[in-house]
Design a binder for this molecule. Structure first.
Ligand SMILES: [Zn+2]
Length: 105
């Protein structure tokens, strides 16, 4: 009698575990996530005191090909310099030096 009860309990207490649902799909852009261990602010490292909006080559290096401003997370610039860069980029956009956006190809 006791055996029967035990078997019933065990089967009821063990619910079917959902398998293969927890696995995440592989990233389509699954290249290297990190290029270097430590990101350093380019402007701090090179000791540039003012970010000139007329230095187009430099300011442009902080934008994407589509014209978007690259985030601090990507470039590694410090907060102070990121603010100056965004200001320079927006200034350049207003002067039609840099594009607000470019169409996707
Ligand atoms: Zn900096």
């Amino acid at each position: 009698m006791s055996e029967e009860i035990n078997t019933v309990e065990t089967t009821a207490a063990a619910p079917a575990v959902p398998a293969a649902k927890t696995e995440r799909p592989v990233r389509p852009f699954g290249k290297k996530r990190f290029e270097s261990r430590r990101k350093v602010c380019k402007i701090c490292a090179e000791k540039i005191d003012t970010i000139d909006y007329k230095n187009i080559q430099f300011v442009k290096s902080f934008t994407m090909d589509s014209g978007k401003i690259l985030s601090r997370r990507i470039t590694g610039t410090c907060a102070k310099h990121q603010r100056q860069i965004t200001k320079a980029i927006k200034r350049d956009r207003n002067l039609a030096i840099l594009p607000y956006s470019l169409p996707k190809k």
